[in-house]
Design a protein around this ligand. Structure first.
Ligand code: 5RP
Length: 228
């Protein structure tokens, strides 16, 4: 089955997780593009979306969705019950590596601002252990070499993602070779360094729900539980 078909199936299943009339948090990437399209087609009068990237915001606008500002939504006292996003890798504890699309910082902000994180993936993203995908780390450009040195001291092999500047004006280091046995600890350590904006580990706050699309259907983990 074509990967795009699976992405669309996961995206469609996420519509069942939404709370009617509420603002929806949306991440970034090709799977999220499918979700935005589904949302625009099925719920054209949805209250609106808060987006993790300029790419997602442009797609949402093109689909007729209202793109809202996170600060304005929160200042108005409005809750955002659901955040929908993809992942580069996800393990059995719903911990993720994210940032393949360089949107990790805004993704982590939205994951923190929304009540429930619904992760949509095709089965190729599911792993026993995180770490085959290089870990993205967003850094302030001035701190690049400082952070590279510290990542090397941890056993990592960081590489600057050439030609990429994030929506926040920063750079991305893609890091291979780190020991990811305790992802939440590593996330906390790397994010404590001056100049690091975000580590692409989502382990301190894992996903609440994972919708995994495979050729035989979409599986929900946990199987039961709150749907908004
Ligand atoms: C972007 C991300 C994406 O969620 C991740 O890269 C998955 O993307 P795709 O759905 O295109 O495979 O973290 O920063």
């Amino acid at each position: 089955m074509h990967p795009d078909t699976l992405k669309r199936a996961a995206a469609r299943a996420a519509l069942d997780e939404l709370v009617e009339g509420a603002v929806v948090g949306v991440g970034s990437g090709s799977t999220v593009d499918c979700f935005v399209d589904e949302l625009a087609a099925r719920l054209p009068r949805a209250r609106g979306v808060v987006c993790a990237s300029e790419r997602t915001a442009a797609r949402a606008r093109a689909g007729g969705l209202a793109v809202l500002d996170l600060n304005e939504v929160l200042a108005a006292g409005e809750a955002i019950p659901v955040y929908v996003d993809g992942a580069d890798e996800i393990d059995g504890c719903r911990r993720m590596i994210k940032g393949g699309g360089a949107a990790l910082t805004r993704e982590k902000i939205l994951a923190a601002a929304c009540a429930r994180f619904v992760c949509i993936v095709d089965r190729s993203k599911c792993v026993e252990r995180l770490g085959a995908f290089p870990l993205p780390v967003e850094v302030v450009p001035m701190a690049r070499e400082l952070v590279i040195g510290r990542l090397r001291a941890l056993g990592g092999a960081p590489q600057l993602r050439a030609g990429v500047i994030t929506d926040n004006g920063n750079e991305i280091l893609d890091v291979r070779g780190l020991d990811l046995q305790d992802p939440a600890h590593l996330e906390t350590v790397i994010e404590s360094w001056p100049g690091v904006v975000t580590a692409g580990l989502f382990a301190v706050r894992p996903a609440d729900v994972v919708l995994t699309a495979a050729p035989d259907g979409v599986e929900r983990q946990p199987v039961t539980g709150a749907r908004g």
